[in-house]
Design a protein. Structure first.
Length: 284
């Protein structure tokens, strides 16, 4: 679920820095996610771990808000993203929770959408002409891994889930590169609109609008509640504070800032999980 909401905008940013090598960056990010789920303990309850967890999850909310604004309200994306963040805060204040049953339905719908996109891109000859990529740029690869990693860690822990999420991500990135090429893919934050246009599927743009809403709204509510609870279990004070921070950031931050915040928060969380594993190994 997180993958769909993040990949809608992270793919463009990652491709702009890594060119065709974004596919390699995706594989590296998948391996990191699988290794983290297989080898590292879950994030603990110390103050640094709670702060890192809150930053990473509220960063996800910021990404989903930015994605929603860019795709659905391109004339005023900042305003739409801020309103989106306020709605996520109100949902948390009202006690709205995404149960496992609803999450399975949302995930199923998004998997159908992903399979349809892959079929369309593979079934129609690409407009983009393949050009041999330049040697990979280390900063570009690093940026691509950083912006993709937060969406490859599954909502529920498990190495198998991380591998499944990663396989879907790599497949989507591969067909997007095949159909659109890295230059056009990295030019626009809403590159999936261009992808459908290149694949002669403009009639599916209204469907893309629905997919964006389904991919971002439930995931944002879930991530907001998780982040707020890690920061403070108290409502409504913590909810209002988190909602205000994310709404202000969403109004002014673009895709790169939103993805960077989510990526840095996720990286910090993984570093703390590595530290916790080493501490446990020494104490045994």
């Amino acid at each position: 679920m997180r993958l769909a909401g993040g990949l809608l905008i992270a793919l463009a940013v990652g491709t702009s820095g890594a060119d065709y090598w974004v596919l390699l960056a995706a594989v590296v990010a998948v391996l990191l996610a699988v290794a983290a789920e297989a080898l590292l303990p879950p994030v603990g309850d110390t103050r640094p771990e709670r702060i890192a967890g809150a930053v990473s999850r509220l960063g996800l909310v910021l990404v989903f808000a930015t994605t929603f604004g860019q795709y659905l309200f391109p004339a005023a994306p900042g305003v739409a993203a801020a309103v989106f963040a306020v709605v996520a805060a109100v949902a948390d204040l009202a006690g709205v929770r995404l149960g496992d049953y609803a999450a399975r339905w949302v995930t199923g719908l998004l998997l159908v959408a992903a399979a349809s996109l892959i079929a369309i891109c593979v079934g129609i000859p690409p407009l983009a002409q393949f050009l041999a990529p330049d040697p990979p740029s280390v900063p570009g690869l690093g940026l691509a891994v950083l912006v993709l990693l937060p969406f490859l860690l599954p909502r529920r822990p498990g190495a198998g889930r991380a591998a499944a999420v990663g396989a879907v991500a790599v497949a989507i990135i591969a067909v997007a590169l095949y159909q659109l090429g890295p230059i056009r893919l990295g030019l626009s934050a809403t590159s999936f609109r261009e992808l459908l246009a290149a694949a002669d599927a403009v009639s599916l743009l209204p469907v893309l609008t629905v997919v964006v809403a389904v991919a971002t709204v439930p995931a944002a509510v879930d991530a907001f509640t998780d982040g707020r609870e890690r920061l403070s279990p108290e409502r409504p004070k913590a909810t209002l504070a988190c909602g205000l921070i994310v709404a202000v950031a969403a109004a002014f931050a673009g895709p790169v800032v939103a993805l960077g915040l989510a990526g840095v928060g996720t990286l910090a969380e993984l570093v703390l999980r590595v530290r916790a594993r080493r501490y446990r190994s020494r104490s045994v």
